[in-house]
Design a protein. Structure first.
Length: 305
């Protein structure tokens, strides 16, 4: 059995996430307590009790998901050891994967995701935008229609996430995003739905804060990972600190190549995918990409298929 551990990104959060882990597992409780102390406010209370509108804000959502994922990871390691051959994370989850793989300490990873969330929120104030999910069309067709919408509006809209065959997320300025959504619906997309994400992630609209985020990345101590982490941008393994720094900087404005990432892992012989952290979105995507693979969800210190 060759295993890859997967870590979720924004959109997987929910009020109440991590509460059972906190109550039942001392290792998880220690992670949440450390996060609260480092941040200077009770992130754990927001995770457990909300309110939802606070948890959904990208500046809180990112450290909340990172902390919840690392709490689950600590419990998994305590119960079962670390048999990982590969790690991967979707968007924000890439930083969780790097921390799980030993490239970042928990404290340094938390500081980085907190800064990332703050900067992305600021970028949205400078250039407001949004994201939408497109079902029933593949990435090349979606990219072509986004280019048409961008050309007709003079604004930015592009593929942000190639999640799996038939599921693509787009990101951009409001007018261009609306235009693209109309074109995609007319082109036969099964469904086009606006996402409850308050930023235009993985698009050039984040470029206004790229220099500040690069400064934060450069200031963060990074070690080689214990096992390869598959990069969102290139869908290739990250094995050294400089490559990791370059990836984290590029990922802010570049699409997430999740379909190519899972196909790469499958080609390396990965036959088991374990999602660590809130929700099971990534396992659903894996099912669409590699139907023969075993899919496992880690929850409250136990594994369940």
């Amino acid at each position: 059995m060759t295993t890859a551990f997967l870590f979720p990104g924004q959109g997987s959060q929910y009020v109440g996430m991590g509460r059972a882990l906190y109550d039942q597992e001392p290792a998880a409780r220690a992670v949440y307590d450390e996060a609260d102390a480092l941040l200077g406010f009770s992130l754990s209370r927001i995770c457990f009790d909300g309110p939802e509108e606070v948890l959904t804000g990208t500046d809180i959502q990112q450290p909340a998901l990172f902390t919840s994922s690392l709490a689950a990871w600590r419990v998994a390691c305590e119960h079962e050891g670390d048999p990982a051959a590969y790690f991967a994370g979707h968007s924000l989850g890439e930083i969780s994967a790097l921390a799980a793989a030993g490239s970042l300490t928990f404290a340094d990873g938390l500081a980085l995701v907190r800064r990332r969330g703050e900067l992305m929120k600021h970028a949205d104030r400078l250039q407001p935008g949004g994201m939408a999910a497109v079902l029933g069309l593949d990435a090349p067709a979606v990219a072509d229609l986004c280019a048409r919408a961008a050309g007709s509006t003079g604004q930015i809209v592009q593929v942000a996430n190639d999640n799996c065959p038939g599921q693509v997320v787009i990101s951009g300025h409001e007018a261009a995003l609306s235009c693209a959504m109309d074109l995609l619906s007319q082109a036969g997309a099964r469904k086009v739905v606006r996402l409850q994400i308050s930023i235009a992630a993985h698009s050039p609209l984040m470029a206004s804060v790229a220099a500040d985020f690069a400064e934060a990345v450069d200031a963060t101590p990074i070690l080689p990972p214990a096992a390869p982490v598959i990069a969102n941008v290139s869908a290739a393994p990250l094995t050294d600190p400089e490559a990791i720094r370059a990836e984290l900087k590029a990922q802010l404005t570049s699409p997430v190549a999740w379909t190519p990432s899972i196909r790469y892992l499958s080609a390396q012989g990965v036959d088991t995918y374990v999602e660590v952290g809130p929700g099971d979105v990534l396992l659903g995507l894996v099912k669409r990409i590699d139907r023969e693979a075993r899919r496992v969800k880690l929850d409250a210190g136990a594994t369940a298929s």
